[in-house]
Every structure is written in structure tokens, then in C-alpha cells.
Ligand binder design. Sequence first.
Ligand code: COA
Length: 214
Amino acid sequence: MVLNVRSIDSWCRRPWESCSGNCNYHGGWDSISFLDDRKCLENIQGIPVIGGLNDYISFKNSFEYAFVGIGNGKLRIEWLDKLLKAGFKIPVIIHPFSAISKHCSIGEGTVVMPGVVINSSVKIGRGCILNSGSSVDHDSIIDEGVHVSPGVHISGAVNIGRCSWLCVGSNISNNVTIGRNVIVAAGAAVINNVSDNLLVAGVPAITKKQLGDE
Ligand SMILES: CC(C)(COP(=O)(O)OP(=O)(O)OC[C@H]1O[C@@H](n2cnc3c(N)ncnc32)[C@H](O)[C@@H]1OP(=O)(O)O)[C@@H](O)C(=O)NCCC(=O)NCCS
């Protein structure tokens, strides 16, 4: 988890113009610290680790913003809710080398990595990861806690359910609906709707196994 004192605008850019809806764009911070449960960690790339995850409350008065950097989508949303309840502000973090339509919305706690393209009328939920070089095309809706891995392409009018994980290099055909807690394996091409709690793989993608509930 990352704690930030306040935004000073460097890892920050405007989308093509300014984004409508609930986007807020922050980046660059005047002080950054991590909370991490690995006791042996004193710093991460030179940035101090000042406590464990559950210590967040004690930093409420010294840090204004907090951001969850946990890979598991369900945990990411749980922590996001805890931080909001505690009164932290949650930024959207957007790399400057991304291209984002002004006609889209991005929920708090989402990170947009380098090379991402988000096209017109897209809605991205809270606590998502849009990883390097991925794209989300027009009118698609990505629910909270979704991880779009590097090089994933989501075409137009696609729906992705809560906490699903699209693995590296997968492609989602237009108008497809993918349920909650779905894993789309690396390199898959999804051309049909996918129900909740399934792992699908292959070209075209077929069901490989049932997953436990979220
Ligand atoms: C999907 C994935 C996570 C494996 O999940 P898993 O639960 O361990 O799945 P399993 O290894 O039990 O595989 C289940 C079945 O799916 C198949 N499968 C898994 N990944 C596959 C893939 N990428 N392509 C085709 N088939 C695949 C397995 O061969 C197996 O098939 P079988 O039952 O017919 O033998 C992994 O294959 C994958 O795609 N990893 C990529 C991770 C990634 O994108 N990381 C980026 C982080 S930034």
C-alpha cells in the first residue's frame, strides 16, 4: 500500500482533453511511503516502508492519499473500502504515455500503465489495473477490481465482471460479456460470453475449469 502526503502533479497527465465523469488525475507526490507486511523490507526502491498494512489508521493524520498496490483483485477492493472508510483520498494513477479519451470515466484506485489506450465512452471501475500496452475500446464497461494484463486488447462494447483477470496477450472480441471472477488465460481469444467463476483458455477460448466463488 502506498501512502502519499499530497499530489504535486508529475506522473500526471490530462487525457485527450479533460475526462468527464468521476475521473480525478493525480500524480507526483511530495512524500511517498509504503506499508507492507513483509517484516524484512525496510524500503522499496529507496522509498521507506514505515509499517504493516494494518498500521494505516495511525498514518491518517500525516498522509492525505493512499493507494492499494495488491495484485489480488478482491483484496484490492477490500483494502480500498477500508481506506475510504478511514477518510483517505484515493487517486487514479495514470502514466503520461497513455492515451485516454475525454469521454470515459475511471474509478478511484485504478492504475493506468504506460502505453495503454482507452477509447471513447468506456467505463472503468474502481481498483482496476490496466497494465502496459493494453487497450479498451469504445463503450466497454470494466467492473471494479479487474486486472487487464500487459498486451490485452478489449474490443468494443465488451463487459468484464468484477475481479476478473485477463492474462497477458489475451484478446476479447466485440460485444462479449465476461462474468465475475473469471480468468482468461494468456493468449486466449474470447469470442463468446463467459459465465462467472470460470477459467477459459485457447483460441477460440473454451472453459478449462470451474473456479471457487470470489
Ligand atoms: C491461466 C494461468 C494463470 C494458469 O492458471 P491455473 O489455474 O494454474 O491453470 P492450470 O495450469 O491448472 O490449467 C488449467 C487448464 O488450462 C490450460 N491452460 C492454462 N493456461 C493456458 C494458456 N495460456 N493457453 C492454453 N491453455 C492454457 C492448461 O493446459 C490446463 O488444461 P487441461 O486441463 O486441458 O490440461 C496461466 O496459464 C496464465 O495464463 N498465466 C499468465 C499470467 C499473466 O498474465 N501474468 C501477467 C501478470 S502482470
